[in-house]
Design a protein around this ligand. Sequence first.
Ligand code: SAM
Length: 313
Amino acid sequence: MRERPRAAARATGAAANVLDCPAQRMSPGQQRDAETGCLYLVATPIGNLEDITLRALRVLKEVDLIACEDTRQTQKLLNHYAIRKRLVSYHEHNEMTRAAELVIELEQGARAALVSDAGTPVISDPGHRLVALCHRHRIPVVPVPGPSALVAALAASGMPTEEFLFTGFLPSRAGDRRKALEGLAAQPRTLVLYEAPHRLEDTLRDALEVLGPRPAVIAREVTKLHEEFLRGSLAELLQHVRRKPPRGEMTLLIGHGPAPPPAGSQTSLADRVAEIMRERKVDRKAALKQAAREHGLTKREAYRQLLMERRSE
Ligand code: SAM
């Protein structure tokens, strides 16, 4: 179990019964204590139990312990693959003390896997504290990649993927959520958000008001029996969600905002305000608010810029 990895075996992929916890993955200049253990970040299925890699299964079989969010949830996965292992709970409420306890075990040579209830641990899930602490204590942290809802949803969404911005969960309080959306308004990238079903309607409504009309996708229950991709404008999806409140787990994707104008050919703020009034049939005040967001300006700054543009005409 604690055998050192063999480079040759790793190179051929024939590393049976040997955990791959390489000393060479340490930061340059760092020396690793030969007796130190290793932390594996193991991605697990987001719905379909078959979505787990051979390496993930091997690591889960070979580690000394598995730190997990909800021991009952992880036990279901382990039962499915006939893996018997010591489970230690690691969640947002005990992260502080549990991370320190785990690091002590790792320093004594333990090999531990960190998993979350679903998907890639640490991504909108607990674990960052433990990873940071391991780095501080020079304990190797090895990713064992696999499913993550954001990647699965984005890939199948049909939204542009060259550039995207993953924002995790937006704040649950309305004011904070709107502020966060305002900060995203000028992003020329696909936005990928996690959302709880009971907050989806509020989020869609705020997104429509703050970001304006944009294409969007609700990726629901991805990889599960009732997998569904709902595509439409934010307004259409809002209507749909009002008619039929969503259930299950969902990832929301929102098409990107207008690309910044190429240097030298900048649309003036006044032109953009006029354009928005025409296109969206809104009054001047609402159009200025929207144009300000797109330019990353506060309303006051936008108003000042409008005045300056007028003076320089
Ligand atoms: N770490 C996980 C990952 O890598 O996907 C994400 C954990 S986060 C606490 C859970 C959120 O991910 C859910 O609220 C939902 O927004 C999204 N999610 C998880 N499973 C999903 C699925 N099967 N389909 C769509 N979204 C999902």
